[in-house]
Design a protein around this ligand. Structure first.
Ligand code: RB5
Length: 147
């Protein structure tokens, strides 16, 4: 699995920490920035990570901002993205099992490094359950064609 990762300035430090975790776990990743704490506009990074996933360049994405909210909203505007903001392990697991989320978003100003690392581990190791959830995810995809 290859993970696309990115953050705005508000998520820069947590991104570095999560990249360390990915290294420790032997998970390959591509860093879409930012590379300093200079202020940027989070939709720019969010859309880069999202497009890395929809193009197939990467399998999943992780995007971090101050709250996790802005990057989640922006990523979900990209066709084919199901981004989930998860600040607890149960939501991380369910976002994969039930929603087949292909992007996880986190807020550095909301959650500590320890819980964030556990959430990432759970999210990356949980598979989509399929079954009755497949037609629901298909209905989400169909909504993209109706707008
Ligand atoms: C940046 O100040 C902040 O607005 C951003 O990181 C994020 O929290 C937006 O949702």
């Amino acid at each position: 699995m290859k993970v696309a990762i990115g953050s705005d300035h508000g998520g820069f430090h947590l991104k570095n920490n999560i990249m360390q975790l990915l290294d420790e776990q032997g998970i390959s990743f591509q860093d879409y920035g930012v590379f300093t704490t200079d202020s940027v506009d989070y939709p720019d990074i969010s859309s880069s990570v999202a497009r890395a996933v929809t193009s197939g360049e990467c399998d999943r994405g992780i995007i971090i901002c101050g709250t996790g909210i802005g990057v989640c909203i922006a990523a979900n505007k990209i066709k084919g993205i199901r981004a989930a903001l998860c600040h607890d392990i149960f939501s991380a697991q369910m976002s994969r099992e039930h929603n087949d989320a292909n992007i996880l978003t986190l807020g550095e100003r909301v959650i500590g490094v320890g819980p964030a690392r556990m959430i990432v581990e759970k999210w990356l190791t949980t598979e989509f359950a399929g079954g009755r959830h497949s037609c629901r995810v298909d209905k989400i995809t169909a909504l993209e064609e109706q707008e």
